[in-house]
Design a protein around this ligand. Structure first.
Ligand SMILES: [Zn+2]
Length: 376
């Protein structure tokens, strides 16, 4: 059976790491196209200026418009060509990072996340939107980013809610990789460039499953401690472990270990208006519980996950993600979205239908609410 694993060529994480950005630009040439939101550039301006001076490189600012659309990607590609840029930098949150991936197309790319809210930075894929902000398409590139650079000082000074959301995204990683492994389902790491999906079909590796397991274990051990550090805007060893967990372990774990029910049900939940004010990882924390109900995980495991979520303030029930009441018809709509043929829910080791998903959401919500009441 064919198996595949993908990762960035280099991952580097440290306090004030941004001061080394110029060093990495220099390995490609003299100048880099900087794709970043103006606010994010402002947050790190002194470090950018310092590293440009130290290494004698130029950053071409691009006035990124905030949306990862085909039009914006085209404009930025032209700008890079006009200025003879030798590499692309995506600095900031998800949109800037995805746009940089699309502009670089798998070549000479440095990703600098300024928050640790999702596990997207290390992956070789991006999500395209229309200029109006509606979903357009997924894009897969021939390689992952060349360098993923994390400045922990910057992450520690971002709002704690981002770090906690990142823990929610990382929480699902092990359970989805375990399900994918048990069912011998394919993983994203096997996809070459997206076009010919059949050519790239591959299952995950033992390496990816081990990383996913370490991802979960580190959350349990260091999650609450890291949250406390972030509340104080301080970098501690536990905080550093969680930054690595949210970005590297979860990133490699999902891409090479596979997604399953949790992310598919998350995608279904976007049909409910109330959830729109919550971050991806916050919703994924709850849908991880839904997956555990769906697969009838042990009571001990379920309680461990609930305990973890409550300890860091992640959602465990529908009201926690903005859904105070929901009709059966609305839930059926969510389940239908989660169960479309392309969704990762079919990586579960048993056939899943819409009725099962509706029941699992209702029961996970009940269990989560009861768990919170017991704790009060
Ligand atoms: Zn995710």
């Amino acid at each position: 059976m064919r198996r595949a694993f993908i990762s960035p060529a280099k991952y580097v994480q440290g306090e004030n790491e941004l001061l080394n950005l110029g060093y990495f630009i220099k390995t490609f040439g003299e100048s880099a196209l900087l794709i970043a939101h103006a606010d994010d550039v402002q947050r790190v301006k002194p470090k950018l200026e310092h590293t440009m001076k130290t290494y004698g490189v130029t950053l071409v600012e691009s006035g990124f418009n905030g949306e990862c659309s085909r039009q914006e990607v085209q404009r930025l590609k032209q700008l890079a060509a006009e200025h003879n840029c030798s590499c692309t930098i995506g600095l900031g949150g998800g949109k800037a990072i995805d746009t940089a991936k699309c502009v670089a197309e798998g070549e000479a790319l440095i990703i600098v996340p300024t928050i640790a809210a999702t596990d997207a930075p290390t992956s070789h894929s991006a999500v395209l939107y229309t200029p109006e902000g509606e979903f357009d398409d997924y894009a897969y590139f021939k390689q992952s980013p060349t360098v993923v650079m994390i400045d922990t000082t910057v992450i520690a000074n971002a709002p704690t809610r981002f770090l906690v959301a990142g823990m929610g995204d990382a929480l699902s990683t092990y359970f989805e990789a375990r399900a994918t492994s048990n069912s011998y389902s394919r993983v994203n790491a096997g996809l070459p460039c997206g076009e010919q999906e059949g050519v790239g079909a591959a299952i995950g590796t033992r390496a990816a499953l081990a990383l996913a397991k370490l991802c979960y274990e580190t959350l349990l051990e260091d999650g609450a401690k890291a949250k406390a550090a972030c509340d104080a805007n301080l970098v501690t060893p536990a905080f550093e472990n969680i930054v690595e967990t949210n970005i590297l372990l979860s990133g490699l774990g999902f891409e090479s270990g596979g997604l399953a029910a949790a992310h598919a049900i998350h995608n279904g939940l976007t049909a409910l208006e109330g959830t729109h004010h919550y971050y991806h990882g916050e919703k994924v924390a709850f849908t991880t519980l839904v997956q555990l109900v769906l697969e009838n995980a042990s009571t001990a495991e379920m309680n461990e996950v609930l305990q973890f979520c409550v300890s860091v303030g992640l959602p465990v029930c529908l009201p926690d993600i903005g859904v105070t009441s929901v009709t059966d018809e609305e839930l059926r709509n969510v389940a239908a979205k989660a169960c479309i043929a392309e969704e990762s829910i079919h990586s579960m080791p048993f056939p899943v239908n819409e009725d099962m998903v509706v029941a699992a959401i209702r029961v996970a919500d009940q269990i989560g609410q009861q768990f919170k009441q017991k704790g009060e």
